[in-house]
Design a protein. Sequence first.
Length: 427
Amino acid sequence: MYKLTYGTAEFEKAVKSLYERPAFPPEAEAAARDIIAAVRERGDAAVAEFAEKFDRVKLSPGEFQMPLGQARKIAAKLPSADKLAIRRALKQIRQFAKLTRPRNWMMGVRSGVKVGEKFTPMERVGVYIPGGTAPLVSTVLHTAGIASAAGVKEIVAITPPGNTHPAVMYAMLQAGVTEIWRLGGVYGIAALAVGTETVKKVEKICGPGNAYVTAAKKLLYGEVGIDLVAGPSEILVIADKSANPEFVAADLLSQAEHGSGLEQAVLVSTDHAMIGKVEAAVKRQRDTLKRQETIDRVLKNGVFLIEVPDEETAALVASSYAPEHLEIQTVNPERIAKNITAAGAIFLGQWTPESCGDFCAGPSHVLPTAGSAKKFNGLETVSFYRRTSLVKYSQAALKRDADVIARFGAMEQLDAHGRAGTIRVEK
């Protein structure tokens, strides 16, 4: 853990690793580029080779897709209490999604002129559900669950071949997944984006993944829609002297336990004593957790405890960092939140742990990391829609604007553009 004081030389030295953290290393992009090229060139054959190489599973193209009947048999093994938790979380996620669905509109803005917007659900989207050491059940709900609430007809889930946990299968079926493909990592992303003899292309790919998956999404952007470029998970907590150091420590550790070891956890406090209290609580709680090896890598390189002089500086540091998750545990969290200019999600008050957002609060937990909250929004309901603008002119309105159209056509040396406007109103 690094203990820093804002404005000191030591703090300035650490700023680069704080504010300019990469979403993925260069070698991940190079590896992803080669895998994508192979899938593009050799289709199913390349996908089968990569499944065996990276996931140690021999699959023929006919075995890439898991029948939904098989998923139902696996899901049936899930305890009733877990099923209830999944359904409750999904209900709350869909409730938020429905509240935030975009609405078609059209209105008169000038005499004879109407403008508006039309939103159409996408038809076929892909959701990536990571495998690894933890079955990310909630990611299914926070991607496919929102897509189904948006009205997407074909929701294609891809996940590494070994990721057949009953909770994951149950969540997929409840969330509205229509196809399940046993394809992981870059080769799975590539198959969805470019298509193969067996795998039909999708219009957009959503969901988190490791550095290689993130690099693949970046490389395929434009050929397929993507939600955002997101790296290892991170959290920043703003705390004053009223905060409970045990709560703060628990929240910092909640992100440190993710699997890559590249996660970051940052405390920004206006109270000098809070720094030491949280440091002690982190060490104490660490000994009670299961993923100590992963946590220790983050504690060594990715935990920053920063003392700042006031709330304004705390908000400045947080906005400059632009965290995936921002918790504000202060006497008046709303006051600080007004000064935050970039964050994936903000959790207000000591009774709102980031894990509420991860699992069941409502908004998607697929959020921008590595400072990309300055450029990207988290996954949202509108992410699954196509937006089309609408414009309607009357004859009188066009006559009124015809001279403007003609002038722009002349300025840009595009005579036909100007003529398309003036020809309609010439006598």
